[in-house]
Design a protein around this ligand. Structure first.
Ligand code: SAH
Length: 205
């Protein structure tokens, strides 16, 4: 997986490559999908949601430019796979998931693997986690209609947010930097994520 899908497609960040080698992706999918865990596509994780394609996880993580010292907020815990990658590469991860059973399953996996730097919350991640703000990095792993304002306001000065923005079925990965309170936006590749559902996302399920 790492040679062909990650390094082969241009991911260069050594930390990201090492994290993808270390985190056991097959432990983040159900038993019947284990043989497909390292394949080049997303997989269902229940409740109509998906674990992202390995390359997408690597790219989003590389775009976050982590040095190991950052406090990171992740919206959309899902399976917890991306959470584990972030836990490898940063100092603390705060992760929010709106579907309780997904959050619980992710927490069990993360704890079993021995990560001590992850805090879980069930709720609407579009409004962020003000008690622990500001965050050096924010990663949204669901498709948003726009940059959620509350989340941008919880990004530290000089901080970076990675967020897929578009309609419900098709988005572009955006890298949003907070430069003195103003967003500086760069676009990366096209992508398709499940919708970000919440107050500053899409309505309904
Ligand atoms: N990084 C995860 C991706 C899961 S898919 C993985 O690779 O496993 C995106 C997740 O975002 C879904 O689990 C969905 O329930 C969650 N989500 C959607 N809107 C949300 C919101 N407003 N707050 C928190 N989680 C949300």
């Amino acid at each position: 997986m790492v040679d062909e899908q990650i390094i082969g497609r241009g991911i260069k960040d050594q930390g990201v490559i090492e994290a993808m080698l270390v985190v056991p992706r097959h432990k983040f999918v159900s038993e019947n999908l284990r043989t497909q865990a390292y394949n080049d596509y997303p997989l269902p994780i229940g409740a109509g949601q998906t674990i992202s394609q390995p390359y997408m996880v690597a790219l989003m993580t590389e775009l976050l430019q982590l040095s190991g010292k950052e406090k990171v907020l992740e919206i959309g815990t899902g399976s917890g796979y991306q959470t584990a990658i972030l836990a490898e590469l940063s100092s603390q991860v705060f992760t929010i998931e709106r579907i309780a059973e997904l959050s619980q399953a992710a927490r069990q996996r993360i704890e079993k693997l021995g990560y001590k730097n992850v805090v879980f919350r069930v709720g609407d991640g579009t409004i962020g986690w003000p008690e622990f703000a500001p965050f050096d990095r924010i990663l949204i792993t669901a498709g948003a209609p726009d940059i959620p304002k509350s989340l941008f306001s919880q990004l530290s000065d000089g901080g970076v947010m990675v967020v897929p923005i578009g309609d419900r079925n098709f988005q572009i990965l955006n890298v949003v930097k907070n430069v003195g309170g103003r967003p500086e936006v760069e676009q990366s590749i096209e992508c398709t994520f499940v919708p970000l559902v919440g107050k500053e996302g899409w309505n309904g399920a």
